[in-house]
Ligand binder design. Sequence first.
Ligand code: PDD
Length: 276
Amino acid sequence: SICWYDNAFLPEEEVRISPYDRGYNFGDGIYEVFRVYGGRLFEAEAHFERLRLSAEGLKLALPWGIEGLRAAMSELVERNALSEGTVYLQITRGVAPRNHLFPAGAAPVALAYTREVARPVQAMDQGISAITLEDIRWLHCNYKTLNLLANVLAKQEAAERGAADAVLHRNSTVTESSASNVMIVKDGVLVTHPANNLILHGVTRAVTLRLARAAEIPAEERPFSLDELYGADEAFVTGTTVEITPIVSVDGRKIGDGRPGPLTRRLQREFSAAIG
Ligand code: PDD
């Protein structure tokens, strides 16, 4: 398919990544994953705003401007005739001889590609199992950086232990999962970790909270413990690729009756309606 690399649209075979790209050498960069429904970027505004905040956090310039990036992403979706799928956009600090200091002359390098992906209907319908792991990441998890090693290790450990995902916790406070946000339901109240520096401020998380408010489902953004997760009536993850996927067991213990709960189902329906 067609990629957008270093300001040009070109076939993937023609993309040539420099060995000296700081994304490659240091993980010195940021990214976004956008969902495309019906050929359109879903919640584009929110993703670009988060990209802007990530860039600010890493003191990374965005010479294209958000408008330039938005135009490029739309053109990429069009060129690949993408109807259902994702767009991956990453921006690194550029190409320079390896030195931890920011390079003086280097310009940021952007890469974007698309992928056809169907909605995860089976997981959304049946739910997934999760394990819990200590959240060993740094303290700027609100920046969407290329440094995903802790997330990768967590997801891999989950798979090796027969689970679909890892729910992360700091000293028993649940933060999020390896690649999505976590919400629980107890006595009709939706609870999720506050949007501070310890989690990624998920676009799907925000959409879900908005849908909950519109449906007059009480929602609290507050820290909750592992014990609250184990004892929840319902639990689910939210994310660009997982949408709203129920968690039906954690560390081998059933959540609720071990099946996706009614409030989760309701929010899934609202979400499907919202993506139209
Ligand atoms: N992951 N938390 C983490 C650590 C994430 O990596 C993601 C997204 C989310 C959910 O954010 P959003 O709703 O904006 O997608 C939460 C992307 C999809 C990824 O890395 O593939």
